[in-house]
Each structure stands twice: as C-alpha cells, then as structure tokens.
Ligand binder design. Sequence first.
Ligand code: NDP
Length: 284
Amino acid sequence: MAEILDGKAVSQKIKENLKKEVLELNKNGIFPKLAVIMVGNDPSSKIYVRNKSIACMEVGIEYEEHLLNDNTTMDELLELIKKLNHDDTVSGILLQSPIPKGLDINEAFKTIDPKKDVDGFNPCNVGKLCLGQDSLISCTPYGIIKLLEEYGIEIEGKDAVVVGRSNIVGKPMMQCLLNKNATVTICHSKTIKLERATKKADILVVAVGKPKFITKDMVKEGAIVIDVGINRGEDGKICGDVDFDGVSEVASYITPVPGGVGPMTVAMLMNNIVKASKMGQKVL
Ligand code: NDP
C-alpha cells in the first residue's frame, strides 16, 4: 500500500515557520499584506478565497478583499490592479480565477506588478521560471516540489509525467520538474494512448479536472502519484483526478484529496507573500 504524502501536515509546518518569519519582519517595520480580487460569484472561488484568508490570519499576514460584480469592465479591473500595484502597504496581489467571460484574464495577470505577483502568473515570472531564474513561482507546482522534497523523494533523473497542460498547473509543473532535472513528458486531451505515457512515470502528476480519471492499470508499480484535481464525485464528496483506492495498491506514495496538494498550494501562497514583502522592501 502506498504511503500518504500528507500535504496538510507539511503545510502546517511551513506556515508555522512563516509565522515566525513574519514576526521578525514586523519588528523591522515590514507588514506583509495580501490583496485579493474576486470578480463575480463563483461558489468554489468563494471557498478558495476564504481558505486563503484563514491562512493569512494563521501566519500573521494582513489581508484585504476587493469584491467586484459580474458587470465589471476590463478597464475597471485593470484600474484596481494598477491602484494596488502602487499601494506600498500591499505586498501581494491575487486575482482569483475564474473571472467572468468577456474579461481577459491574461491581460489582467500581465498588469499585476511582477514583484507583487504572488500567484506567479505574470509572463515575467513565467519566463523567469523557464530560464531557471529566481522568481515568484506558481503556488501549486511549487507546493508539489516542496512536498516531494519534504519526504526526501529524489526528482533528479526520474521519468516525470504531467497529465494536463493548463497555464496555471500543468505547464509550470512541467518546468519545475525539469528545473529539478527530471525527464518530463506532458500529456493533454490530444495525447494518443495516454496510459502508454502514464505507465512509464516514476512521478505522475495529474491535473485534468475529471473525477477518478487515472486508474490502477495506468500506473507503474512503485510510482509516486500526485493528484492535483479537486472534483465533486457522484456521491457529492470531494475527490481527485486519481482513483485513490485502486492506485494506492500499486503506487509507492500518493497524495490524498483533500489534504494533499490543496493545503500545499495555500502554504506556498503564504510563502510567496512573505517573499514579495521582502522584495518590496529590498530585503531580497
Ligand atoms: P484545466 O481545465 O485548465 O486543464 C485541464 C487539462 O487537462 C488540459 O490541459 C486538458 O487538455 C487536459 N485534459 C482534459 N481531458 C483530458 C484527457 N482525456 N486526457 C488527457 N488530458 C486531458 O484545469 P486546471 O489545470 O486549471 O485544473 C485541473 C484540476 O486541478 C481541476 O480539478 C482543478 O480544480 C484542480 N486544481 C487544484 C489546485 C489545488 O490547489 N489542488 C489548484 C488548481 C487547480 P487540453 O489542454 O488539450 O484541453
């Protein structure tokens, strides 16, 4: 049976260390603050934003929320982002996705000051990640790397397979694994014979958004399986993209959903806010 990669426990440890760091920063007059922008009323977004606000409270990070209605124009959204870019009390800006159709999320990400881009979605930070330069790294892939490292799992030289190529998870995940010297394959909806690729993975990262999509027969014996998916199953319960019960029988390590990648993502957001606050004060 696979060992559980306990993202909840590891994220707690990361947050406790950050809390100490924030207290030290406070002594030096630095008060990290997150500004969240949410456009519209997406129910899942409300839950994610609430989790992020709770984490800020735990770590001692100041928090403010900007709730915009569905009819917000692109000009209004960009104006708010620019205002927050110039607000010296704001260390990090997070635009919660999705935003209503008709608004251009890429334009919005591009407008966030790269030094305040705690989600790591600004093209400048994406480019730096590709070049292997220090940057604010997208929280989900960064959290996955930290989780593997925490369990002493070697990435270098491994065959890593990422299923999903979204800009927010799959592509930065591929880059993070490559930067750690894995040999990376990335799969998507046009991949032919997906199981041929997944079966050769030493490390399999799944970010598809389909409940229990990866089954036991698609996984190599002893593989390390990372489940990014957050879905509501037929029974109404939250489940991942991996059939946890079946895949646990063949994998050596596996992340649960909930309690795996999700809490790590939030912890790395906290990490990025603290880092951004230091960059803003030229401590970094
Ligand atoms: P997207 O919908 O943006 O991307 C899904 C990806 O899966 C696409 O690249 C798509 O391919 C690929 N895909 C779809 N069907 C198949 C298939 N049959 N075979 C192979 N690949 C396929 O999703 P996200 O990346 O935003 O999110 C993925 C999941 O992760 C969701 O459940 C989301 O809720 C969750 N998530 C969890 C986070 C966390 O913190 N735990 C953070 C962010 C997301 P193509 O590009 O060809 O369309």
